[in-house]
Design a protein around this ligand. Structure first.
Ligand code: URA
Length: 232
């Protein structure tokens, strides 16, 4: 079996991520560093290590949806000792990791899996998976501001792709809305609103593609059903 496929099967990275690990010299086969992309291994006999740790194929893939509360980081561990989303998942033996990221103070739908290729497909911009958020902005958002945000704004020199905004409620103090984007740039929504002088005071992801968070309580998780996995 190709080495990159084996690394993905073990949940250590996506296939492309595996190519990078190999190129960076972080993969050994039977103790020797392997740099060749096309390396084949014998899964019965060879011992593969990534960053010095032996990896083994996972017998089963796991797909979880979590309603992330604020105050948790989307990582498997944190060198600053903050709580991670993994702390909210109990009773799962597989080496799961979050698919993409929500900010520390953002709530809502987060996927976790041990399937590197699935995570890659969900997060790569070329697959254009829509992400829908419920957002509360301080102050009133006028029609011009909505048009500007929907048409794309330039963040750190790169224009955001088109967004959709559906206003739910407006008062003089706040605007509640649904906003849908299909990129996953760092703090994208907050930065988009910052550019037009508006502060997002609450953000919650409610759907990824056709998969909806539904009534899953904050802090709770469940395994995805087969048809839900296929939706993605
Ligand atoms: N956009 C943000 O600004 N933050 C998130 O957590 C997700 C999208």
């Amino acid at each position: 079996m190709r080495l990159n496929k084996y690394i993905a099967l073990c949940g250590a990275a996506s296939r492309r991520g595996a190519d990078k690990l190999i190129a960076d010299g972080r993969v050994t086969v039977n103790g020797g560093i392997v740099l060749g992309m096309g390396t084949d291994i014998d899964i019965q006999k060879d011992t593969v290590c990534v960053n010095g740790a032996v990896i083994r194929p996972q017998t089963e893939n796991v797909y979880i949806m979590l309603n992330k509360p604020e105050g948790y980081i989307c990582a498997c561990s944190d060198d600053r000792g903050r709580r991670t989303v993994i702390d909210l998942i109990d009773g799962i033996d597989a080496r799961i990791f979050p698919v993409g990221r929500l900010d520390y103070d953002t709530e809502g739908l987060l996927l976790l899996t041990n399937d590197g290729d699935f995570a890659y497909r969900c997060t790569h911009p070329k697959h254009e998976v829509n992400k829908k958020y419920y957002a509360v902005a301080r102050g009133v958002l006028n029609d011009q501001a909505v048009r500007t945000l929907c048409g794309g704004v330039t963040i750190e020199g790169v224009k955001t792709s088109k967004a959709e905004i559906e206003i739910v409620k407006k008062t003089s103090k706040r605007t509640e809305m649904f906003i849908t984007i299909h990129e996953g740039r760092n703090r994208q929504i907050k930065k988009m609103f910052q550019l037009i002088g508006c502060h997002i005071s609450y953000l919650k992801r409610v759907a990824i593609g056709d998969l909806e968070l539904g009534d899953l309580a904050t802090g709770k998780w469940r395994c995805l059903k087969h048809d839900e996995i296929n939706l993605l």
